[in-house]
Design a protein around this ligand. Structure first.
Ligand SMILES: [Zn+2]
Ligand SMILES: [Zn+2]
Length: 325
């Protein structure tokens, strides 16, 4: 499944982590002790801050454009950086670019690279079975966000990371993030301050006074940072929920993955999820002409710039090439 020798258990598709309770999701225990406050608080706070977008004083068209463009730019940190590059190793990029993409992903507050990769590889190995961290078989709300709100001590062990993300945690930068996870918060605050400063200066220059600067800064903070973070969250979560519930199935993959055009549209191609489960190693999830894959277009652009190599083609292309050799 993952064509890297650094992740042998997952590559073979045979690795299984034994359940630590009658149902894996019961591992954290019920009640308040099982609530994952480190995730609940930021998810609630950023949603609340994004609601400031409803105030007319916080509105600007440039803020809206930044939110929409930013959803794709910062979303690429997740879709390209965390998913196709770090999880599936579908291409190679220079280390500085890989770490840059991972840092962009950190600005989406979707956990450390090691945890994201390990959890997603677990999802591929156990898709829609009881050990899947976020199968809709445990509830639609659970698959969308509920699974993030409950503690999962079985997915916080060194043994789990060693099994599912050994290649990621071997990197000094990713290991540092694992040891100092509050770094994510500082990176997020820093990127909010960049939007604030840029809005302040642009507003001052275009509006003629600092009042305009402060207002544009507030608009950019709310729209370009908070609204955009919420959008990227729900887009990523929709791949886990909607793309395992609604859509067509091209392949009988033995689980519930679907090709969902809406999720594909908003998630830069990631919604062609049945194609992805059929061939997780491929850098492209476009198997039909209408299955547009924006993330793969970005990968091809990187290749054209000489920044992406060893791009893994779809399985039928790989097989055709192998039969010619
Ligand atoms: Zn899936
Ligand atoms: Zn995947």
């Amino acid at each position: 499944m993952h064509p890297t020798p650094a992740a042998p258990a997952v590559a073979a598709g045979t690795g299984r982590i034994s359940a630590v309770a009658s149902h894996p999701h019961a591992a954290a225990g019920g009640g308040w002790s099982g609530v994952h406050w480190e995730y609940v608080v930021p998810i609630f706070v950023v949603h609340a801050l994004a609601c400031l977008a409803l105030l007319p004083w916080c509105f600007s068209w440039s803020g809206v454009v930044l939110a929409l463009v930013g959803t794709n730019v910062f979303g690429a940190g997740i879709n390209l950086g965390y998913h196709r590059l770090l999880t599936h190793r579908s291409l190679k990029v220079p280390l500085w670019l890989e770490r840059t993409l991972a840092t962009v992903a950190l600005c989406c507050l979707e956990d450390t690279p090691t945890r994201w990769v390990a959890t997603h590889r677990l999802h591929h190995v156990h898709s829609d079975d009881p050990e899947d961290p976020h199968t809709p078989r445990d509830g639609v709300g659970w698959s969308h966000v509920g699974w993030l709100l409950r503690r999962s001590p079985d997915r916080r062990t060194l043994a789990f990371f060693d099994r599912y993300a050994r290649d990621v945690i071997a990197d000094r930068y990713y290991r540092f993030l694992e040891r100092h996870p509050t770094t994510i918060l500082w990176i997020y605050i820093a990127h909010v301050l960049v939007f604030a400063l840029a809005g302040l200066l642009v507003g001052r220059l275009t509006g003629g006074d600092w009042d305009h600067g402060v207002r544009l800064a507030a608009s950019w903070i709310v729209w370009a940072a908070f609204v955009r973070t919420v959008l990227v969250w729900h887009i990523t979560w929709s791949v886990n929920s909607l793309s395992h519930l609604f859509g067509y199935r091209t392949y009988d993959t033995g689980e519930d993955s679907r090709n969902n055009w809406f999720v594909a549209l908003v998630a830069a191609g990631e919604g062609w999820h049945n194609n992805h489960h059929h061939d997780p190693a491929s850098a492209s999830v476009r198997h039909q002409w209408w299955e547009f894959d924006l993330t793969y277009c970005f990968i091809l652009l990187l290749a054209r710039l000489g920044l992406a190599t060893d791009i893994i083609r779809p399985r039928h292309v790989r097989r055709a090439a192998a039969s010619r050799d």
